[in-house]
Design a protein around this ligand. Sequence first.
Ligand code: HEM
Length: 152
Amino acid sequence: MSDPTLTDEARRAAIVQQMREQTGIDESMIEQLVHGFYARIRADDLLGPIFNSRIQDWDPHLKRMCAFWSSVVLSSGVYHGQPMRMHLPLPVDARHFDHWLGLFEQTARELFSDKIAEYFLDRARRIAMSLELGIASSHGVLLGSGERFHRC
Ligand code: HEM
């Protein structure tokens, strides 16, 4: 039972602390991952141009991505956004998502233990799949289980 005298803020802080302890992940690790990953993305031949043509100012994007990952991994609730809506217009398919996940995996494995890298990766894979499904369906393609979205 949670303490009824706690404010919402204190209750949230307690949840985040509990998640830090459970996962072994904290905000400074999220910052390292996000900064390392997007440095790779920006220099990448396939994905770099897609990001660089849409993001003029990287600082707010990196802050948003740290907030996103802290909400996903630590249940901090600090990210408020609509990732699906932002990705629907992008010119991407299975190839781009696989490549994104490859760079994410390389970064996470270089920085963290296998257990922590896999914790991040598991969540990244699920979110990537749901974005790919959403993009496919916005093109009238309904993917069955295990199917991927390929543009002609
Ligand atoms: C093909 C792979 C991907 C590409 C090319 C891509 C590209 C982008 C771009 C260009 C933006 C900035 C949009 C804007 O501000 O106009 C963005 C935002 C974002 N992306 Fe991705 N992305 C990809 C995959 C993913 C995956 C797998 C995740 C999550 C695991 C993710 C999470 C986000 C989030 C949270 C935002 C911020 C949305 C907001 O403004 O709140 N992206 N992405």
